[in-house]
Design a protein around this ligand. Structure first.
Ligand SMILES: NC(=O)c1ccc[n+]([C@@H]2O[C@H](COP(=O)([O-])OP(=O)(O)OC[C@H]3O[C@@H](n4cnc5c(N)ncnc54)[C@H](O)[C@@H]3O)[C@@H](O)[C@H]2O)c1
Length: 265
């Protein structure tokens, strides 16, 4: 595949620990019918978590859950729009009914609607803010209340390097992903006295359905900016999500981890 080294450390991601890091934990992963979210849900299930997969279309969420189930994991799928408060409340309630608690939430659902400001419509601006930022806030608020009461929990929010540096054509997305950093730090401080941790990840260029149709010349230009010289894999983001969701990061909160191959560091 373009830009990937044939062999890399990424090939060994699954063998660096044999201990299940999320044994019997309950995890909600949003936007997990495909891409980075599906990889996170799959890795969490492999590490012993019961996973609730949230995505817009229920059949897609259920198909993803079935793929995890056929590999020996425990997962269920639910259709919900993370920017809709009633949907979010239904997700939280369903998770508690099916699995009994909520230990981990990964706010991964996201969309892009790229255009320069000259062409971007208010509708495109609001849609990207709604899903990425408001969706993350709604889930953090609702799951945070449950975790606060149980005095434990870990929330992982998917920002983007676009929220750190600002990218042309992404005034909506950069604003939303920068907003997620502020939301992460503020909610981490509110929830820390209740033993709930909140952290964010800023991926760089990762090969998923969101990015695979990029024009070749744009992809080549981006590759030149990446010190490690290759596009990232969803599994390389999932590894960091696993760390932030697990007891390995018990003293880590209010942080932002860049998973970018060194780009824009
Ligand atoms: N791929 C990258 O290079 C990259 C880089 C930085 C950050 N990210 C972020 O990582 C996350 C996952 O990206 P991806 O590349 O896997 O994207 P993707 O488009 O492949 O998958 C996103 C998933 O989110 C779902 N979704 C969209 N709106 C939703 C909503 N309102 N409610 C519930 N689900 C919804 C989609 O149906 C889809 O299944 C996103 O937050 C994205 O912004 C991706």
């Amino acid at each position: 595949m373009t830009g990937e080294h044939p062999a890399s450390e990424a090939d060994h991601l699954e063998s660096w620990t044999t201990a299940p890091l999320l044994e019997d934990r309950v995890a909600i992963v949003t936007g997990a019918a495909r891409g980075i979210g599906l990889e996170i849900a799959t890795v969490f299930a492999r590490h012993g978590a019961n996973v609730l997969i949230v995505d817009l279309a229920e059949p897609d969420a259920q198909a993803a859950a079935a793929s995890i189930g056929s590999a020996g994991g425990v997962a269920e799928g639910i259709g919900a729009d993370v920017s809709n408060e009633d949907d979010v409340d239904r997700v939280i309630q369903t998770c508690q009914e099916r699995f009994g608690s909520i230990d981990v939430v990964v706010n991964n659902a996201g969309i892009i609607r790229d255009a320069t400001m000259r062409k971007m419509t208010l509708e495109d601006f609001r849609a990207v803010l709604d899903v990425n930022l408001t969706g993350t806030w709604l889930m953090t608020k609702a799951a945070g209340a449950v975790m606060r009461a149980q005095r434990s929990g870990a929330i992982v929010n998917m920002s983007s390097i676009s929220g750190k540096v600002g990218l042309v054509g992404q005034t909506n997305y950069s604003a939303a992903k920068a907003g997620i950093v502020g939301l992460t730090k503020a909610s981490a401080k509110e929830l820390a006295p209740h033993q709930v941790r909140v952290n964010a990840i800023q991926p760089g260029l990762i090969l998923t359905p969101m990015t695979e149709n990029m024009r070749d010349d744009i992809r080549e230009a981006k590759l030149k900016e990446i010190p490690l010289g290759r596009i990232g894999r969803p599994s390389e983001v999932a590894a960091v999500a696993l760390f932030l969701a697990s007891p390995l990061s018990s003293y880590v909160t209010a942080t932002v981890t860049e998973v970018t191959g060194g780009r824009y560091a």
